[in-house]
Design a protein around this ligand. Sequence first.
Ligand SMILES: *Cc1c(COP(=O)(O)O)cnc(C)c1O
Length: 340
Amino acid sequence: MHLARFPRRFIAHLPTPLERMDRLTKELGGPEIWIKRDDCTGLSTGGNKTRKLEFLMAEAELQGADMVMTQGAIQSNHARQTAAFAAKMGIDCHILLEDRTGSNDANYNNNGNVLLDHLHGATTEKRPGGVDMHAEMDKVADRLRADGRNVYVIPGGGSNPTGALGYVNCAFEMLAQVNNSGTAIDHIVHATGSAGTQAGLIVGLKAMNAQIPLLGIGVRAPKETQEANVFKLACATADKLGCSGVVQREDVVANTDYVGKGYGIPTESGLEAIRMFAELESILLDPVYSAKGAAGLIDLIRKGHFKKGERVVFLHTGGSAALFGYDAAFNFADRWTAPA
Ligand SMILES: *Cc1c(COP(=O)(O)O)cnc(C)c1O
């Protein structure tokens, strides 16, 4: 396994910090909780897509692309990081945004990640929820190519074997951090969506024989579908790296009990997690991904799934920019004190 043999455009602020969360640990009274700060990867408010894009954008550059295209939900963190990366490289970015929630909220549709997409110079097109976004991307890419553009198409979430290399590298990075500090870890927990993060991590962890169980907390698909998606991508990523067969089906574990009503729709437990992380640790979660991941972590700790004395790492995948598209999910009327 030799990641330096793959083209990569270095832009992320790495290694991201690995820190203990003392106040959250005390509040929950269970295992020692640590956080891997991939919300601090440095690109336009950070997030996990930056690690994937380092490998994807290098491929785009090698192919001489003058434009990248990708797709996501309206408040897509992936779209925003792609727009920012493209700006830094001096190439155009066009994004298809799927209206998965049907929300008419002005901030949801224009603020948060959407504002940042546009600030970075990207152009956007909307699609109704439920359409085949990959087919839509192919159609638009064909149109742009007919106009003479050299378009590099990045799948939703940057989740293909090239993008997943970024999370193979994250597994190496995290292991080096714990090995160098002597703080052995017992579990890793994170939000899982388009599967590239979990697939890359499990390949890296298994290839190093780290013996750390990895738990993905789902934000959209049912458990069977999510695990199958991650496993398929993990196998393809291992093939790409020349370590086929390193991941077994049972290594891929997703818990999808915290999705709630659906993708992008905030849950009570997710909103509680956002408030707890903000008030106890000054860490910002987002309602779509990291809050649902953290809600799973908190609930599983309360249920005794992780033991006192164990060390659990929550991989923070970013997303805080989406908070500004979701202000309507919060009610802070009680925080205003009447003048004396
Ligand atoms: C995309 C994203 C995820 C999920 O990562 P995948 O690789 O798509 O599974 C988790 N958290 C945040 C904030 C994201 O933007």
